[in-house]
Write a protein that binds this ligand. Sequence first.
Ligand code: SF4
Ligand code: SF4
Length: 120
Amino acid sequence: MSQPLQRTGECHSCGECCKTVNMTVVRDVTLQQHGSLEELELYLSYRGIRVVGSDEKSNQLHYSMDVPCSELTPDNQCRVHDSPKKPLICLRFPSSKEDVEDTPNCGYNFQAVRHKISNQ
Ligand code: SF4
Ligand code: SF4
């Protein structure tokens, strides 16, 4: 059984998570359409899309593309922070270890929860 992870750290406004859009697609169907991973990568590269992950077990491919959010200011502040216009995914980010894998400079980490041992 996997150990529960707890989020630690804080946002230091690097803005990295606001500059890309990540997508997940069905791996086997997509590779069948394109013939191979290399062919798919070539096709997507002309559109500025990178394949950043390929998981045979979950049958998923992960894409990333550089599309900065229109609500990000030049000094990496969110214009809709603390407002109902802030998207849910932004409010929750990062919600898992996988979320910060592509943003190594993120101020958040995920660490295993330590359980206290009772003496009673
Ligand atoms: S809405 Fe705010 S937090 Fe969400 S991506 Fe845009 S700038 Fe970043
Ligand atoms: S990548 Fe992490 S530290 Fe940087 S803006 Fe996003 S949440 Fe904040």
